[in-house]
Design a protein around this ligand. Structure first.
Ligand code: C2E
Ligand code: MG
Ligand code: MG
Length: 413
């Protein structure tokens, strides 16, 4: 089936307006029509819930309705696993819209925007037409993915074990630079699976499988072996920076891990302080006493420790205080939203203050724009990582990138 045929046979994206106030609904329809966008209107939530809704549809949802309110509607759709793109509208204050968005996102529903009534026509029309274009593109992409048989759902644990044995796992490097002088501080080692038929597979598509099958010790051993090789390539090219390796929850329950790691770096003539070990905040939540034992011994052996994805794991301040981390990586969700969401910006500010009080460096990952870079620099964040600097890449490309960066910013390592 060609893409065009596939598109003809699948449903296009619909725009659905759900508002009990008929006049308000008609007004939104009229605004949409000025951008040649067709809409369907529902003034009754029961009728809306009985209609067919797809993941590519856009639902403009009024939060306050007499029979079922917007929150109940989203809850019912989430239960049925129906996840269109929501634009939430309300006459209540910003806070209500904000917490409705949080609630929706906690149920993995996609909220494109929240708007207060009365709507501003220009803003509404621009939002609707941008969202519509994005939904069409996404719809097209989904069809392309389905047609290109690049389906990662088929991955089995046997395939992953074979991949480890056949050395199909490779690593990419992403630089971390300091805000002040733009010096390159370190590189994060990020795992990829170079699959013979499915192409490059990202870690989120296979690490959960490895975790589920208790394969993380084997996988981390493979990553460390690769990291050591790439580290030697960097130093041979005159690049003397630290490398950071991600550990999983399973790695920090193996009491013999610090000794194994110490021996590994010693056998490979690498100083432990060249290695940063990243542990996610959520990995720290289980088995805390064992983890603390392991983390403390790693630190005493000279490895640096970084707490990754900080802000999403609900770990207590006590745990943060007890564990010997020297670096705090603020979760990229907050960084990506800080320009548009004042609460995300507040969390970023607090993380930076907290890290400073605890004498830790702060890293902001997921910086995609200059605007966010400037804001973080202003807030006193120490180290930056993100596509605004550059995406992760193979070591050979990384070596060239470092040379270009140093020339551009006139700095030495
Ligand atoms: P992480 O450790 O938090 O790594 C950062 C992730 O954010 C990487 O995704 C990186 O490519 C991505 N990233 C960095 N800057 C930006 C940006 O500006 N925009 C966007 N959209 N993304 C950005 P990646 O490589 O897909 O890795 C995802 C996660 O998989 C990692 O999150 C880490 O938790 C896990 N992972 C990766 N490699 C390993 C590994 O060797 N072992 C373990 N246990 N986990 C790993
Ligand atoms: Mg990391
Ligand atoms: Mg992270």
């Amino acid at each position: 089936m060609t893409l065009d045929n596939a598109e003809k046979h699948s449903k296009p994206c619909k725009i659905i307006i759900v508002d009990d106030d008929e006049q308000q609904a008609n007004l939104m329809r009229a605004m949409a029509e000025t951008a040649q966008l067709e809409t369907e209107i529902f003034t009754n939530s029961i009728d809306f819930l009985n209609t067919a809704i797809s993941a590519n549809d856009i639902v403009v949802l009024d939060l306050q309705m007499p029979d079922k309110d917007g929150i109940e509607i989203m809850r019912e759709l989430a239960i049925q696993n129906i996840k269109p793109n929501f634009i939430l509208v309300s006459g209540f204050d910003e806070r209500v819209l904000h917490s409705a968005r949080q609630l929706a996102e906690s149920k993995h529903l996609n909220v494109v925007a929240t708007l207060s009534k009365p709507l501003k026509a220009k803003e509404f029309i621009a939002l609707l037409s941008n969202t519509y274009t994005e939904c069409l593109l996404e719809h097209r992409q989904q069809i392309e993915n389905a047609l290109s048989a690049k389906d990662t759902e088929q991955i089995t644990i046997e395939e992953l074990k074979l991949a480890i044995r056949k050395h199909q796992l490779i690593i990419h490097l992403q630089p971390l630079v300091c805000f002040n002088k733009k010096q390159i501080q370190s590189a994060e080692i990020l795992l990829r699976w170079q699959h013979p038929t499915k192409g490059l597979i990202l870690p989120d598509d296979f690490i959960p499988l490895a975790e589920e099958h208790k394969l993380m010790n084997l996988l981390t051993e493979e990553v460390l072996g690769l990291a050591i090789n790439e580290y030697h390539k960097l130093t041979a090219s005159g690049i003397n920076i630290k490398v950071s390796v991600n550990l999983s929850a399973q790695n920090i329950t193996d009491l013999s891990m610090p000794e194994k790691l110490e021996e590994l770096v010693k056998n490979n003539q690498i100083e432990p302080d060249s290695i940063i070990l990243e542990v996610t905040e959520s990995a720290l939540m289980n088995e805390i006493s064992e983890s603390l034992d392991i983390l403390n011994r790693l630190r005493m052996k000279g490895f640096s420790l970084s707490i990754d994805d900080f802000g999403t794991g609900y770990s207590s301040l006590v745990k943060l205080y007890q564990a010997p981390f020297s670096e705090l990586k603020i979760d990229q969700h907050f960084i990506m939203h800080m320009a548009t969401d004042p609460d995300a910006a507040a969390i970023v500010r607090i993380c930076i203050l907290l890290a400073k009080e605890l004498k830790m460096h702060t890293v902001a990952e997921g910086i995609e724009t200059e605007d966010i870079w400037n804001q973080l620099k202003e807030l006193g964040c120490d180290i930056a990582q993100g596509s605004f600097i550059t995406e992760p890449m193979p070591t050979e490309d990384f070596i060239h990138w470092v040379k270009d960066w140093k020339m551009k910013h006139n700095n030495n390592l």
